[in-house]
Design a binder for this molecule. Structure first.
Ligand code: ADP
Length: 270
C-alpha cells in the first residue's frame, strides 16, 4: 500500500497538536508502474525494426551515390529518413533510461564525485568543435549509485552544452557544498539561454520542453530521469536563474558515510 501524507500544526483552546491526512495513492502508483513498464517494453521492441530501417537507409544511400549522375533529391530523402532514425533512437534510449531510473535496483556506494565529474565532462567535451569554458570546484565523496549519478551529471552537463547562447563560448561551473548533516548539494550552472519563469516548475516533468519550436533537439525526458534518480537517493533537484545569466541546477545526494580507501602502503625493501 502506498500512502501520501500531508499535515500542519494545529492549536485548539491553547492546546497544541497537529493534523495529518493520509491518502491511499496505491491505485495511482500502480497505474504509473504499469505505464512505465509498458513504455519500457515498447521502447525495447522498437529498437530492432529501427536498426533494420537505419541499415537499409544506409545501403540505399550508398547505392544511389554510386549512380551517375547522383540523384540528389532521392539522397536528400534518405538523409531525412536517417535523421528521423537518430531522433527516434534518442527517444527510445531516453524511454529506456526513464524506466531504468525507476525500476533498476539502486546500488549506492562511496564515490569520488571529482573523478566522476572529470570523466563525464571529458566525454562530453571530447567531440565538440568549440571547447567550452569549464570550471570544476572542489568536490567531496558521496554515497550514490555510480551509473545513476553519472546519468544525472551527464544530462545536466549535456543540457548546459546544448542550450547555449548563439555565438558565445559555453561556460559551465560545477561546484558542491554541504546541504546539512550527511548531505551534499551539487550545482551545475551555465551561461546559456536560461529557462523562462513559467517553465521552471515544469521542466522536471516528462516531455515538458521549454524551448520547443527552437532549434534544440530533445525529448523532454532528461530532467524527468534526473529527478527520478535524485528522488530515489532521497534527495531533491531544483532549477533557478544563474545570477550571471543562464540556469543553475542544484541537487542533493547523501554524503559518503565511509572513509576514503587508505593509500597503498609504500613498498619496503627490508
Ligand atoms: P530535452 O531532451 O528537451 O533537453 P530535458 O528534460 O533535459 O529535455 O529538459 C527539459 C527542458 O528544459 C528542455 O527542453 C529545455 O527547454 C529546458 N532546459 C533544460 N536544461 C536547460 C539549460 N541548461 N538551459 C536552458 N534550458 C534548459
Amino acid at each position: 500500500v502506498w500512502l501520501s501524507v500531508s499535515g500542519r500544526p494545529l492549536e485548539v483552546d491553547g492546546r497544541r497538536g497537529a493534523i495529518a491526512v493520509f491518502h491511499d495513492v496505491t491505485a495511482t502508483r500502480e497505474r504509473e508502474a504499469d505505464l512505465t513498464a509498458f513504455a519500457g517494453i515498447v521502447a525495447h521492441d522498437l529498437k530492432n525494426p529501427l536498426t533494420v530501417i537505419a541499415a537499409h537507409a544506409e545501403m540505399a544511400r550508398d547505392a544511389l551515390s554510386a549512380l551517375p549522375p547522383h540523384p540528389g533529391e532521392a539522397i536528400d530523402s534518405i538523409e531525412r529518413v536517417s535523421n528521423g532514425v537518430v531522433r527516434m533512437r534518442r527517444l527510445i534510449d531516453d524511454l529506456l533510461a526513464y524506466t531504468t531510473a525507476r525500476d533498476a535496483a539502486l546500488k549506492p556506494q562511496p564515490l569520488d564525485l571529482a573523478e566522476l565529474v572529470t570523466d563525464v565532462v571529458g566525454q562530453r567535451v571530447n567531440h565538440l568543435r568549440v571547447r567550452p569554458d569549464v570550471y570544476v570546484g572542489p568536490l567531496p565523496r558521496v554515497e550514490a549509485d555510480p551509473a545513476m549519478l553519472r546519468h544525472v551529471l551527464d544530462n545536466l552537463v549535456g543540457n548546459a552544452l546544448k542550450y547555449v547562447t548563439p555565438g558565445r563560448i559555453p561556460k559551465i561551473d560545477i561546484s558542491a557544498g554541504s546541504a546539512g548533516p550527511g548531505w551534499v548539494r551539487v550545482e551545475v550552472a551555465d551561461r546559456g539561454i536560461g529557462i523562462p519563469d513559467a517553465d521552471k516548475p515544469h521542466v522536471f516533468e516528462s516531455f515538458h520542453r521549454a524551448h520547443a519550436g527552437q532549434p534544440y533537439g530533445g525529448t523532454g525526458l532528461g530532467l524527468a530521469i534526473c529527478r527520478r534518480i535524485v528522488d530515489r537517493h532521497g534527495g531533491s533537484i531544483t532549477v533557478a536563474d544563474n545570477p550571471g545569466g543562464g540556469s543553475r541546477f542544484s541537487f542533493t545526494v547523501p554524503a559518503a558515510t565511509t572513509l576514503p580507501p587508505a593509500l597503498p602502503a609504500s613498498s619496503s625493501t627490508s
